[in-house]
Write a protein that binds this ligand. Structure first.
Ligand code: HEC
Ligand code: HEC
Ligand code: HEC
Length: 412
């Protein structure tokens, strides 16, 4: 895949400049690192396409966005842009010609990036090979395709502003907060959005369904979801850099973020992120919202037994007779927080699409899970998923065929 060859490209470039870099080169090296932290390449590269030349399609409830070319090509990229133009884009969400940009470009988070870091990213992007590539226009539905409406949206939901350090916290915590809230744009996925795609400050990192794809990014605040209050800093760091820890395995879009971005961060920066994540996790938002569906009727018992049979046939060989998994190879399903999330979306997605954990240098050839899309009927998937959400001490809501939506591809 492109991402992998382009990452080689990045590393080579950085290495070549290692001997006595000039201040300008140092800025580019720093910029390359920050560009990774922002995962700019992930969105601005089409599958199989040139890095940063855009053309990747992002489906949202407003239509499909096609990312622009941000290589320094003068005609089709951002070759004519100045540092100031770039700052306007990253910090204010405005293009060079004054056009307001859609928040599918997460400038709502990137606005927290400092001018110095923005300049370094710009210097790096300008040092890339130029790629002349015209991308097709985005296909945004009426009325959202009327760009001036963005002015209203911005007045309501967007406030530009660089991250302001919290003086009551130490430097490491502030570094973590800066990365999570800014370049890491974690909130772009881990927050619920209203119908206009905006999230409120109260909803920061409290979990949400990712627009256009059937994945739910769990709350990073609630310890019942993906909050890491009970984990050690080392365990959180391990998950973020290898995609796997004793407690969890990152799947789908999160595996992609780890592969493309987080695994490349320095151990100091990952530690800072872990310190920050641990500090924001809390217990108080508890279980009340979760709809327990105890297996308490004859009909449920019958379905539970059918689910067990299907599990034994299709899943047990890897996930074990008691859902215990195989350490480091197949994740446990018993006591697995992501299996019992209030939203069954991710579990259904895993069964339909299968998947691989993040391919990282620490875990270069992870074992995968086969897709069951073609093998199992919807009723069977509902039975298996309900079973694993309620077997071995797990407690999750019952899943029916209505919850199963095959229509959307998993977009990683
Ligand atoms: C989640 C996907 C996503 C990520 C991550 C992302 N972008 Fe974008 N970017 C977009 C989309 C979509 C647009 C087009 C928005 C529009 O048309 O209004 C865009 C637009 C831009 C533009 C404006 C280009 C123009 O011609 O007006 C620039 C510059 C840019 N991005 C740079 C970056 C940088 C730098 C990063 C990393 C720090 C980044 N992007 C990360 C999706 C993304
Ligand atoms: C492109 C969307 C996206 C972005 C950006 C994103 N996440 Fe996630 N994240 C997800 C999804 C989806 C899941 C649920 C899948 C899973 O459990 O692995 C998830 C899960 C997680 C988990 C729990 C993993 C587990 O298995 O328990 C953690 C921790 C996490 N994300 C942290 C972060 C941090 C920190 C950032 C920012 C640096 C971030 N995420 C950015 C989509 C995203
Ligand atoms: C060949 C071995 C194999 C089989 C068979 C298999 N799985 Fe998996 N499963 C895996 C691997 C490997 C992962 C981790 C993949 C990933 O993260 O995307 C996984 C991940 C999962 C997850 C996500 C767990 C998490 O923490 O995010 C769920 C849920 C799951 N499997 C359920 C099932 C069910 C239900 C079946 C039977 C229909 C099944 N699996 C069959 C190997 C398997």
């Amino acid at each position: 895949m492109t991402h992998r060859c382009s990452s080689v490209l990045l590393e080579e470039e950085t290495n070549n400049e290692a001997l006595n870099p000039s201040p300008a080169e140092q800025q580019q090296i720093r910029g390359a690192y920050l560009t990774r932290a922002g995962n700019c390449m992930g969105c601005h590269t089409a599958p199989g396409g040139w890095p940063f030349a855009g053309g990747r399609r992002l489906s949202t409830s407003f239509g499909t966005f096609v990312t622009p070319n941000i290589t320094p090509d003068k005609e089709t990229g951002i070759g004519y842009w100045s540092e100031e133009d770039f700052w306007q884009a990253l910090h204010q969400g405005k293009s060079r010609d004054g056009r307001l940009l859609y928040p599918a470009f997460p400038y709502t988070e990137y606005t927290k990036v400092t001018r110095e870091d923005a300049n370094a990213i710009f210097a790096y992007l300008q040092s890339l090979p130029t790629v002349s590539q015209v991308n097709p226009p985005s296909e945004i539905r009426f009325p959202y395709n009327f760009r001036p409406l963005l002015a209203i949206w911005r007045a309501l939901y967007f406030k530009a502003g660089v991250y302001a350090p919290d003086q009551s916290k130490n430097e490491e915590w502030n570094r973590g907060a800066y990365l999570v809230q800014g370049l890491g744009h974690c909130n772009a996925c881990h927050a619920s959005r209203n119908l206009l795609g905006a999230s409120s400050e109260d909803d920061t990192l409290t979990g949400g369904k990712i627009m256009g794809v059937n994945w739910y990014a769990p709350s990073l605040i609630s310890n019942l979801e993906a909050g890491s209050g009970h984990w050690t800093i080392e365990e959180i760091s391990e998950l973020l850099t290898t995609g796997v820890s004793k407690h969890a395995i990152a799947s789908g879009p999160m595996a992609t973020i780890i592969r493309q971005s987080l695994q490349h961060l320095s151990s100091e920066d990952i530690r800072a992120v872990a310190v920050y994540l641990k500090s924001i996790a809390e217990n108080e938002r508890d279980d009340t919202a979760r709809t327990h569906a105890p297996v308490n009727s004859a009909e449920r018992w019958e379905q539970f037994a059918q689910g067990r049979q299907l599990y034994e046939k299709y899943c047990q060989e890897c996930h074990g007779t008691s859902g215990e998994g195989v350490p480091g190879i197949y994740p446990p399903l018993a006591g697995n927080r992501s299996v019992i999330l209030a939203s069954p979306l991710n579990t259904i997605r895993s069964v339909l699409n299968g998947g691989y954990p993040a391919t990282t240098s620490a875990n270069p050839r992870p074992y995968g899970m086969p897709p069951f899309q073609q093998i199992l009927r919807e009723e069977e998937i509902a039975l298996i998923v309900s079973f694993i959400r309620n077997a071995w001490g797990n407690k999750g809501s019952w899943v029916t065929t209505v919850d199963i939506d095959r229509s959307k591809e998993s977009v990683n």
